[in-house]
Design a protein around this ligand. Sequence first.
Ligand code: CU
Length: 531
Amino acid sequence: MSSITQPVGGHGHGHDEHAHHPTGIMRWVTTTNHKDIGTLYLWFSFTMFIVGGIMALTIRAELFEPGMQILAPERFNQMTTLHGLIMIFGALMPGAVGFANWMIPMQIGAPDMAFARMNNWSFWLLPPAAILLVLSLFVPGGAAETGWTLYPPLSIQSGMGMDLTIFAIHIMGASSIMGSINIITTILNLRAPGMTLMKMPVFCWAWLITAYLLIAVMPVLAGAVTMLLTDRHFGTSFFNAAGGGDPVLFQHVFWFFGHPEVYIIILPAFGIISEVIPAFSRKPVFGYASMVYALSAIAILSFLVWAHHMFTTGLPAAGILFYMYATMLIAVPTGVKVFNWLATMWKGSISLEAPMMFALGFLFLFTTGGFTGLILAIQPVDVQFQDTYYVVAHFHYVMVAGTLFAFFAGIYYWLPKWSGKMYNETVAQWHFWLSFIFFNVTFFPMHFLGLAGMPRRVPDYAQQFTDWNQVATIGAFGFGLSQLVFLYAVVSAIRSGKPAPAKPWDGATSLEWTLPSPAPYHSFETPPVVK
Ligand code: CU
């Protein structure tokens, strides 16, 4: 366990950071401090959010009118692939790991993450992977045109952009697995005296469970893309029908990863919401134990439902019924969580600062995405909606208004503790309302487009879809520009915000709020005792 002992100099007091730590760029390259690494993850996530967002805007610009405008069809498909991969593996997952790095040690009273050097390596694997993904646009044949799901036979036939994508996925998977090992080890071994598992903040529970999910499914994705690689270059036929393989097998393997993956993206968001709503309701979270059990139940069920992504592949009737009912069952633990959040607010002393506004936005819109998920789980309905914009609307309600809104809630909530500065409430409220309105302007019409039969992943469309596409495109550009307000809110807070008190939110009670703002570089050199 020597890796948890930081070279702090001295004997616990009067550290001279500069005598032992590099400064400037080398501080960030060589850092083993969980706060530095959390900051790196969060800025990386924001950068990828911008890159993936620009790709989304090129897609929406092309779809502003029927016919072909600015993108060649193959470029349109490449934008679709990279937008998905970059948002999932570059923006949402690293963002969640950034929160984990900052908050888990501070919430359980640990000095740092358990494997501090591996933590550095987990982060620094990500930029090369992101570069490979973006680079794939510029190689002969361009990026993969398969969408983020990489289905064969197209993914077997396409050019070297696919190989760069496979390599990037391997690297990002390794990063995720190392991050997960670190999170699990930290939570199981480095809790302060008295911090029993069932006293941990729900955010730590959400990440503990997410880390197990990651370790279970990232190797499955690695296996899937490795088989793809050998099919492409080494003469195997795992997914190649011409050689006796089965392209549908890829879908099974991919979605055995892919469905738990959506919970990997949403559970840390649930964790953040479970911190923010109690703080701004001045009440402890309602039904703590049931929140933990609901997280576990969602995680276990997530392994049993993957073929609901394959309802049109000719499953046997018994399979259709099983996957349909198993999928619907997930609404039960998810409902437990939503009702517990509502019960937390019930008769609370509620205030509506930006973190709470984003949490409430999350609650409304994530639940909408949950309901359309329930509709898509009905197999006869899914057969009609498969590959339409209804599906696009559904998962953007879950990923954007779900996870991204939870990230915004968490950033405004913890920024005072991270930076020692308060953000400007008026600017943050503008950010919330602009995001909330433009998000719905972008994605709500996609339900109508899907119901009317507009297919996804196609750069052209029939005349009758024009109006709602134009509304969606205007909304998308509005949503994109609204994020400049977010950037301004964060940067102006860090540069010139008012100094934050140790406890800026009077309802917040977990361990990190016992520290001054900003939290010291080494938060708990002497572990606190939790009663
Ligand atoms: Cu699924």
